[in-house]
Design a protein around this ligand. Structure first.
Ligand code: GLP
Length: 250
């Protein structure tokens, strides 16, 4: 795993956006794995800018999102579908039919998860996966203890995650307790992975993932075993790292 350090969130976001843009230029029908949360917002802004100002073409790109709350409709303003539409898809020339998210209202969620895995396979697999990280080291909604062999499935959210994500809801009680999430094995099969982290509340999760042992108790640490994983870390999130890593200006 490679670690790149950035002075600011803006620089980290610019760099991540350009990485994606470069992969799209090399492969216009890139299969892109996308994440929600506040962290990738800057990256999505950069992608929108690249599209508007530099003509970056999304017309052949296919996307799969990592996760969605169970029980929440795509029209709900806290659904990840709504998030992706408003923060990225509505502002670029992607075909909506090429954008995939787990369906929080699936009648048979377990069956839906199997179909989601199949859809990823038949698209050719994920070429480039964007990840954020939870305060407890989770990736997507793979909470601590998620098996390395896990696939897309229904998961229970940790108390810490429910608390963290309650800032987006009117009250903690409104945060869904379950979600549909890509599995650890699915994420590890992506050909290339980047993980973005900013702010001091991610410093513990970052040091445990990068410098601690690779363990299912810290899901992001499993990426140590990925052949092409890069952690893009802003200064505050990197504050607890002890090793020497490459500093990048962007
Ligand atoms: C949620 C998402 C994760 C994301 C995490 C961090 O739990 N399921 O994919 O990485 O939040 O979110 P933020 O970037 O807002 O800190």
């Amino acid at each position: 795993m490679e670690v790149l350090l950035f002075e600011t969130y803006e620089e980290m976001s610019r760099y991540a956006g350009r990485m994606i843009g470069d992969r799209m230029k090399a492969k216009p029908n890139l299969v892109l794995g996308l994440a929600t949360g506040s962290t990738p917002l800057g990256t999505y802004k950069e992608l929108i800018r690249l599209h508007r100002e530099e003509g970056l073409d999304f017309s052949k790109v296919v996307t799969f999102n990592l996760d969605e709350y169970l029980g929440i409709a795509p029209t709900h303003d806290q659904s990840y579908r709504y998030f992706m539409d408003t923060n990225l898809f509505n502002h670029i020339n992607i075909k909506k039919a090429n954008t995939h998210l787990p369906d929080g209202k699936a009648k048979d969620p377990a069956k839906f998860c199997l179909e989601y895995e199949k859809a990823i396979k038949s698209a050719g697999g994920i070429d480039f996966q964007v990840l954020g990280i939870g305060g407890n080291g989770h990736i997507a909604f793979n909470e601590p203890g998620s098996p390395r062999s896990s696939r897309t499935r229904v998961v229970n959210l940790d108390e810490e995650t429910i608390k963290d994500n309650s800032r987006f809801f009117a009250a903690v009680a409104e945060v869904p307790r379950q979600a549909l999430s890509l599995g650890m094995a699915t994420i590890m099969e992506a050909r290339e992975v980047i993980l973005l982290a900013n702010k001091a509340n991610k410093a513990d999760a970052i040091v445990r993932s990068v410098e601690g042992p690779a363990t299912e108790q810290v899901p992001a640490s499993i990426l140590q075993g990925h052949p092409r994983a890069t952690f893009l870390v802003e200064k505050e999130a990197a504050a607890k790292l002890k090793g020497k890593y490459r500093k990048v200006r962007a």
